[in-house]
Design a protein around this ligand. Structure first.
Ligand code: 13P
Length: 249
């Protein structure tokens, strides 16, 4: 199993001045025994990568286009993201699925593009509150994983993030038993499809992770890290989450 991963998703937040938080994080976190990644908006990837150079911090992107180049105004290819310094790309985040109508097939094409450039894909899945209330959580998560992940995914190249839509930015989280149930299901499904690679693939939990709940979430079976939104914007909060993951590693 690769090292656990604390990943921050800055979403559409962050200007040059906010890089001070990254400087503070780098000096506060020392040498954690987990991987640490921040995915800033595309405009900050290059500047953040320069700050992170020679440190443990890795820099990623929040989305990509599936094509390598061409007439796609406003879009960014994986090669461009890699050129700016990204080592990881988040694909299929629920906000992109909702805001831009991204389908599993489109997410799969993006995942393929990420793998084709040798970057790590962080594939996001998760149910809405209505789907959970209807008892469809595992069916939805299973279908999204099957549809969004191409053949040949390896533990080296792919990370899967379980992000219940209703827990994102709401301060609400599933119970620990609910997180454990979904992660165990994901592990079974991935192992069935990808064999030992699926058994070793890192599974992140995302949705209102904060310093006060990080340790109990990281103690759960099949939780190999977190994808953190709001709490990744502040060095003090994200630093505590990194420390909690390091302690659980
Ligand atoms: P919050 O941590 O702000 O709930 O966001 C989670 C998320 O969407 C990470 O990708």
């Amino acid at each position: 199993m690769k090292a656990k991963l604390a990943a921050g998703n800055w979403k559409m937040n962050g200007l040059g001045r906010d890089l001070s938080e990254v400087r503070a994080l780098i000096s506060a976190m020392g040498a954690p025994s987990c991987e640490v990644l921040i995915c800033p908006p595309a405009t900050l990837i290059d500047r953040m990568r320069i700050l992170a150079d020679e440190t443990v911090l890795q820099v990623g992107a929040q989305d990509c286009h599936a094509q390598a180049s061409g007439a796609h105004t406003g879009d960014t290819s994986v090669a461009m993201l890699a050129d700016a310094g990204a080592t990881h790309v988040i694909v299929g985040h629920s906000e992109r699925r909702a805001d831009h109508g991204e389908t599993d097939a489109q997410v799969q094409a993006k995942t393929q593009a990420v793998l084709g450039q040798g970057l790590v894909a962080i594939v996001c899945v998760g149910e809405t509150e209505t789907q959970r209330d209807a008892g469809q959580t595992l069916a939805i998560v299973g279908a999204q994983m099957r549809g969004s992940m191409p053949e040949g995914c390896t533990a080296q190249m792919v990370v899967v993030a379980y992000e219940p839509v209703w827990a994102i930015g709401t301060g609400r989280t599933p119970t620990l038993a609910q997180i454990e149930e979904v992660h165990a299901f994901m592990r079974r499904e991935l192992t069935e499809r990808f064999g030992s690679e699926g058994a070793a693939m890192r599974l992140l939990y995302g949705g209102s992770v904060k310093p006060s709940n990080a340790s109990e979430i990281f103690a759960l079976a099949n939780v190999d890290g977190a994808l953190v939104g709001g709490a990744s914007l502040k060095a003090a909060d994200f630093g505590q989450i990194v420390a909690a993951l390091g302690a659980a590693s």
